[in-house]
Design a protein around this ligand. Structure first.
Ligand code: NAP
Length: 288
């Protein structure tokens, strides 16, 4: 089975590439250098050559602050690429899996969102994810949209590795500060890829929250990372108002895997156990 994964070098895309290869899928990764996904003709030609059975679209501009100041580029990278992929899926009937964000629910609740809540994005990035979702929902019947949370990886070689970056920060600072008010679901890419493989191998269509179980504040999350290295005393909790941000990210990005649970196919474990595993993997790569 040919699977195309966009965003092959990203936090999630790189992990998904390795996992599906191990599971003996025939995987073709797409990065910016391989095909210009914002060009309709080039995108169509690429997919017609590869003839995938499944497309997993993880590529996106993910820096929420950058997106807020660069809406045109954000809509090009996050919406137009999706539109072009959807176009091919309409013509070919290929199953599309799209990675979205629990951040799109916005700030209308202070408890975890489920899939029956409305979406009210509060940032350019999350609005772009909503527009991409809408294009998929309007045009396709064979799709799965997975709304995920604060991703972390155990691959220490990635620049964006949240655990390694917090460790480096702790080692070079007297004190560290973290937001005690914003909540979400830290989510391990190694768990997410297992859930994704279940979804593609069982043709599970629809819109699903897909996060590790349990909510955490940013402070709880960083505290648990630093605790893994005995550095937690350096961390001080502060209000979100102390951080200067352009993007008005919701204070509640938390969600529950309500539909996966109702279907009896929720494979996601507690974020605390997942984080422990990731820290231990990172220690094995020399980050003690
Ligand atoms: N990270 C999180 O905490 C989080 C939370 C919720 C949802 N998500 C969603 O999960 C997905 C994966 O996130 P991630 O953290 O793995 O992202 P990431 O590490 O930032 O990787 C995204 C990848 O997509 C590539 N890309 C962006 N635009 C592209 C384009 N037009 N053509 C080809 N490649 C392009 C990027 O390439 P460049 O590096 O060259 O730009 C990058 O390699 C995204 O859709 C994101 O919105 C992430």
């Amino acid at each position: 089975m040919n699977v195309v994964i966009t965003g092959k070098k990203g936090l999630l895309g790189s992990s998904l590439m390795s996992f599906l290869k191990e599971k003996k899928y025939n995987v073709v990764g797409v990065g910016r250098d391989d095909v210009c996904l914002d060009d309709l003709a080039l995108t169509r030609r690429f997919f017609e050559r590869i003839k995938p059975s499944i497309i997993i679209h993880t590529a996106a501009l993910t820096n929420v602050e950058y997106c807020e100041s660069n809406p045109d580029l954000t809509y090009k990278d996050n919406v137009i690429t999706t539109q072009n992929i959807v176009n091919y899926c309409v013509e070919s009937g290929v199953f599309l899996v799209y990675i979205s964000s629990t951040g799109i629910y916005g700030d209308k609740k202070d408890t975890p969102y489920n899939e029956f809540d409305d979406v009210n994005p509060t940032t350019v990035h999350h609005l772009s994810k909503k527009h991409a979702e809408e294009i998929i929902i309007q045009h396709l019947s064979k799709f799965s949209i997975l709304r995920t949370g604060w991703l972390f990886s155990s691959d220490a070689s990635l620049n964006k590795n949240f655990i390694v970056n917090r460790l480096k920060e702790a080692k070079t600072s007297e004190e560290m500060y973290s937001d005690t008010e914003q909540i979400g679901n830290p989510t391990y890419v190694e768990d997410l890829v297992v859930q994704m493989e279940y979804i593609i191998s069982n043709n599970v269509y629809g819109v699903y929250n897909c996060v590790n179980e349990g909510t955490a504040s940013r402070f709880d999350y960083v505290y648990e990372i630093l605790r893994g290295y005995g550095l937690e005393k350096k961390l001080k909790g502060i209000s979100h108002e102390s951080f200067q941000r352009n993007a008005k990210v919701s204070l509640n990005e938390s969600a529950e895997n309500f539909k996966l649970e109702l279907l009896g196919i929720n494979k996601m474990r507690s974020w605390r156990f997942a984080l422990e595993d990731a820290i231990s993997m990172i220690k094995n790569q020399g980050y003690e």
